[in-house]
Design a binder for this molecule. Structure first.
Ligand SMILES: Cc1ncc(COP(=O)(O)O)c(C=O)c1O
Length: 384
């Protein structure tokens, strides 16, 4: 064995010992909800395809037509020759949905967060993160080389304390939070965070990866409860409810123009394939046209939490906290025997001691299966 292989093997052995080793299981998604996973046919409660738009006829047709017209790939960075004509329509639609002056699309949500934050914050700046922010927000914050502080989850008073103590030591300050938390499904207090940001001359950025298409009438977490919270930096992805791929930022005209000029993950990465951009635009058209359909995943999640005796869902994501990694894997295996695919989520994706089943509800999940799953979770997991 070479020293490189010995290094890799010892790392893998350590992960195995701690029940943290992961494996890629081949998954064939038959439709929006049924999957063949690791050789078994299961009803999936582990896809982020909340509106099942990956399989929508109009979305697939738009993608196929784009391949025919523009080819399979974009061929270069957007700033060279990769900016095919389909981008403009997608960006205009995103800005309209989010009610901002402009929008820019990136290669993925991860690339968006890794690129946006360093454009806004440099060595002398401060980035304040909700502690449960997504891993790629942390990545962007680290890449900024500014000072990174975390506030306790959804604790605006703690964020306020940190700003009061440290804002004056920095040229700029950016507060970043998930709009809908990816592993907990709860919503960020965006209105209070925006007031706090304004009070301390800080900028607020929300990551609406799990909000667009499913909360706030489909417009996302800044629009929940018939209000409009004018978050100046609204980032998100096109890979969850939108059913395609790519990341975006909706913001003012000057901010978007700056991003087009300075975001390294946009400048030094190839543009998205035309089919994906066309699919995203077609999916957003469905979301804008059918707010009743967009409301279904949260309704289904609420039906589940009610039947399982859990706190009411705020989004399509429902965590069932088990605690230890091994017990969580056992619970996931037990649910697979019952015909359900529910992934076990372990550290470092979630904090140590909070390994969990993460359930995601989609518009097309049958109600009777939701009730059956809730009964099993209530009686065999929560009561254990
Ligand atoms: C909150 C959040 N932000 C960003 C991302 C990354 O998005 P993408 O999958 O488009 O890279 C994800 C998805 O995993 C996410 O959950």
């Amino acid at each position: 064995m070479t020293s490189l292989d010995r290094f890799a093997q010892s790392k893998l052995d350590d992960l195995e010992r701690r029940h943290l080793r992961r494996a890629l299981a081949e998954t064939y998604r038959e439709d929006g909800i049924w999957v063949e996973h690791d050789g078994k046919r299961l009803l999936s409660f582990s896809c982020n395809d909340y509106l099942n738009l990956t399989q929508h006829r109009a979305v697939k047709r738009a993608a196929a037509a784009a391949v025919e017209r523009y080819g399979a790939g974009s061929g270069a960075s957007r700033l060279i020759t990769g900016n095919h004509p389909l981008y403009a329509e997608l960006e205009t639609r995103l800005a309209r949905i989010k009610d901002t002056e402009a929008a820019v699309v990136f290669g993925s949500g991860y690339l968006a967060n890794s690129g946006i934050i360093p454009v806004l914050i440099g060595r002398d700046g401060l980035v304040l993160l909700d502690e449960l922010s997504h891993a790629c927000i942390y990545a962007g914050a680290q890449l900024s080389r500014g000072r990174v502080l975390t506030f306790r989850h959804n604790d605006v008073a703690h964020a306020c304390e940190l700003l009061a103590s440290h804002r004056s030591e920095h040229d700029h300050a950016l507060i970043v939070t998930d709009g809908v938390f990816s592993m907990d499904g709860d919503l960020a207090p965006l209105s209070d965070l925006l007031a706090l940001a304004n009070e301390h001359d800080a900028w607020l950025m929300s990551d609406d990866a799990h909000g667009l298409g499913v909360v706030g009438g489909g417009r996302g977490s800044s629009f929940v409860g018939n209000t409009h919270i004018p978050v100046p930096l609204q980032m998100g992805t096109l890979s969850k409810a939108v059913g395609a791929y790519g990341g975006y930022l909706c913001a003012s005209g000057p901010v978007i123009e700056l991003m087009r000029n300075r975001t390294r993950t946009l400048i030094y990465s190839t543009g998205l394939p035309p089919a994906i951009v066309a699919a995203a635009t077609a999916a957003l058209e469905v979301i804008e046209r059918e707010p009743g359909y967009a409301a279904l995943p949260v309704q289904k999640a609420k039906a589940f939490t009610k039947a399982a005796g859990l706190p009411a869902a705020e989004s399509p994501i429902v965590p069932v906290i088990v605690g230890e990694e091994e017990d969580t894997l056992d619970a996931s295996r037990m649910l697979a025997e019952e015909g359900f695919l529910v992934a076990a989520i372990r550290p470092p994706t979630v904090p140590a001691g909070t390994a969990r089943l993460r359930l995601t509800f989609t518009a097309q999940h049958p109600d009777d299966q939701i009730v059956r799953l809730a009964g099993i979770v209530r009686d065999k997991i929560l009561a254990a």
